[in-house]
Design a protein around this ligand. Sequence first.
Ligand code: HEM
Length: 419
Amino acid sequence: MADPYPAYARLRDRGAVHRVSTPFGGDAYLITRYAEARAALNDPRLSKHPKNAPAFLREAGLITGDAGPLGVNMLSSDPPDHTRLRRVIGGAFTARRVLALRPRIQRIADDLLAALPEDEEADLIEGFAFPLPITVISEMLGVPVSDRDRFRTWSRALITTSSAPELRRRREAGAAALTGYLSGLVAERRKHMDMELASEAQPDLISALILAADRQGELDEAELLGMLMLLLVAGHETTVNLIGNGTLALLRAPEVLGALVADPGLVPAAVEELLRYDGPVERATLRTAVEDVDVDGVTVPAGSLVVVALACADRDPARFDRPDELDLARRDNQHLAFGYGLHFCLGAPLARLEGTIAFTSLLGRFPGIRLARPPEQLRWCEQSAMMILRGLEALPVILRADPPAPAGAAGRPRTGPTA
Ligand code: HEM
């Protein structure tokens, strides 16, 4: 878990697709090379709808009725439902709408950093990487931020895809608790919303979605709850890892960190490179072939589960020069960290903005940040074999406002154009 990349490199060298066993009593096809990964993410023959998934996933409790662990939502649907669900909410996540949130996100980041202790050990996940995105998405949705520790527990349980009985029980309890909580909020909001008076400009996304469901008939009740659940979970479980994995990568490459401290204008490029280098989503969500699909000469038979290893594809030397190097000057950095095609991350503009503000503010305030423990002692989130996210449990750091010692001659940053 601390470093899956050598194992991925061996698989990728051997082939673009591999038949692998899963802990759920069935096999899957794992796609490891960039070109094939990108094609698979955009292939309409690979369905996202749980109804097409192999029966063993249902038996393992990962699918109930027509829904996956996050209910009925766009990430578990195909066109035309996917198109409709994405359209209902898409307007709230455009680059322009998201940019208007900049001052508020900056304020949240500044307040969190101001509350962290200086010159002593602090957990950057607990104090910064987790509360920043969960506060932002909670405010966007209109969910009380004071409940964030409760969502975290439920959402952690919910994204666990293990079939082990205890984890399955916890996942089901997490899903039930989160659904119950969100339906309570929706019911409460409905009581106070006057549909007649409701205007186009809604105060938050829960109200906008209730309006889309009740007045415009664009969503049914299961879709309304599934949308809220997806946005709440996808809106924070991922960005926490961008900040956590990204900060760790920078702390392990002091010359790159020094270059960013010296020139914060490099942060947006650094965010892209950190997404490629050690992205928050190690493997994309499950897909099922609805007909035979040829992947680099291997037939993936209809009915098979397909898993795209984004983290592996993003280190493919056929696509990226020196892929294991963190290079701020990398050109044409079309990584797959946000997926590709129809299900390309809806929240990408928000995640990019949050990442840019997070790294700029953190390094601006604490340019002398360093790891409080050796990297080998860091704990990564417990994963089952099919779990898709990759992130740290905790990131103990010492926050220092003094600038770091200048990098030695051997540590010159790569900030010039890539050869
Ligand atoms: C750095 C942070 C993030 C990363 C790396 C990330 C990554 C991804 C990836 C890889 C997918 C596609 C999965 C697949 O095709 O199997 C995806 C989809 C999605 N993401 Fe993100 N995400 C991030 C942040 C966010 C945020 C902040 C939101 C905000 C609400 C969000 C909402 C969504 C939604 C709604 C989808 C489903 C899109 C669809 O099915 O059309 N994500 N994300």
